[in-house]
Design a protein around this ligand. Structure first.
Ligand SMILES: Cc1cc2nc3c(=O)[nH]c(=O)nc-3n(C[C@H](O)[C@H](O)[C@H](O)COP(=O)(O)O)c2cc1C
Length: 362
């Protein structure tokens, strides 16, 4: 048996065999990538990993519709529709009436959220409710109503919700004029220097990261742009050494330095924020935009970080799902190692691309 294994290893190691295998692989890929039907067959036979994504997306769509009428700390349909109304309110010129095909479902969702709030004050994201209230007030105040919107306005007002002004995040949460007369708070050179200072740091001082600093960085991270303002992700933060140690070993990318990470984040994308498979990539885009702001903010607080790749690979997916109790529709986007940088640890130079290669116009 051993001799057979050695023989096979020997044959596979021969240069001529390697070259032939490479060509067979290339020809196979060439044939199966030549049209979509063959590509589907290839993925069913040789690469079934997409079936997990299909399962996750379908489960997410089911959950999206199921969750519409259940208690949720954030209401994705409301967030989306309120955002669509915000955009209608800032149009130049604003139309006399708009949002007619979704205002009814918006009010329905708003009423559900208000009654959830009245049942349990802490069960809602109060900022989301106040924002919805202000935008809907502006909507009904500014459109030329018809019988349908008059009825909905009446329902909106009968909900009898008004924000607690002493606790409100901002006085007015509907579209506003930005103060552009004042100077931009950070100049270009400071921002460039911050970007140059941030490097992927893999060696950290062995001391805990204060949670207040993580929260401060998250206040920056949540300001990132997000499709229809859904923010379809969650920062799962781990700072218990035994958990950090366990989770950081699940992906492959932290091998060699996982044991010295003080705080670890798993950024989890939520596919159930979408009713359609067409938006399945948005979790990766939105979460990554937020992660970048987060990592820059960490640097301003004296902390450093490194992204750890999340491979879409069945065995590690299952380990992470089990460890974090994730549903199939919850997708790790990336992991982020965080800590105070160890001055005795080197960072990679990692040369960036020249602008000539990076960009093209028109
Ligand atoms: C999506 C993504 C995955 C990454 N995965 C890993 C990883 O698994 N392990 C690691 O040590 N670094 C990882 N990195 C860090 C990159 O190697 C690093 O960002 C790159 O070399 C550029 O260096 P800089 O971040 O210092 O500018 C990852 C970065 C990104 C954005």
């Amino acid at each position: 048996m051993k001799t057979l294994k050695t023989l096979i290893q020997h044959i596979l190691g021969l240069k001529i065999v390697r070259v032939v295998l490479k060509y067979i692989y290339l020809i196979t890929l060439g044939i199966f990538s030549s049209n979509r039907i063959l590509s589907i067959i290839y993925h069913i036979v040789f690469f079934p990993t997409y079936s997990r994504e299909q399962h996750g997306v379908l489960k997410a769509r089911f959950k999206y519709y199921r969750n519409l009428n259940t208690t949720q700390s954030t209401k994705v349909d409301l967030r989306r529709n309120i955002h669509r109304i915000e955009k209608g309110l800032l149009m130049k010129p604003q139309r006399d009436i708009f949002a007619l095909n979704y205002i009814e479902e918006t009010i329905e969702s708003y009423l559900g959220y208000v009654s959830q709030y009245k049942n349990d004050l802490l069960s809602v994201d109060i900022g989301e409710l106040d924002w919805s209230y202000d935008v809907l007030c502006s909507y009904f105040a500014s459109i030329k109503g018809n019988s349908k919107t008059d009825k909905l306005k009446y329902l909106f007002e009968s909900a009898n919700y008004s924000p607690d002004t002493s606790k409100k995040e901002k006085d007015h949460m509907s579209p506003y004029y930005r103060d552009i007369a004042n100077n931009i708070p950070v100049d270009y050179d400071s921002l460039l220097n911050l970007a140059l200072k941030r490097r992927s740091v893999r060696w950290f001082e062995q001391k805990p990261v204060p949670r207040e600093l993580i929260d401060k960085a998250l206040l920056v991270a949540r300001q990132s742009p997000s499709a229809c303002n859904r923010l379809p992700f969650e920062y799962r933060i781990f700072d218990k050494p035994e958990l950090v140690n366990k989770i950081s070993k699940i992906p492959f990318g932290a091998a060699g330095y996982s044991q010295n990470i003080p705080t670890l984040i798993v950024l989890v994308g939520k596919l159930n924020y979408y009713f359609s498979a067409r938006d399945r990539h948005v979790i990766y885009i939105d979460a990554s935009l937020s992660a970048m702001s987060f990592m820059l903010a960490l640097e301003t607080l004296g902390l450093s970080s490194s992204v750890i790749n999340w491979p879409d690979f069945e065995p590690v997916e299952i380990k992470m799902q089990n460890t974090l109790k994730l549903g199939v529709d919850e997708r790790p986007v990336m992991l982020i190692a965080i800590g105070f940088p160890d001055k005795d640890g080197k960072v990679a130079y990692s040369q960036k691309k020249s602008l000539e290669v990076l960009r093209s116009y028109n």
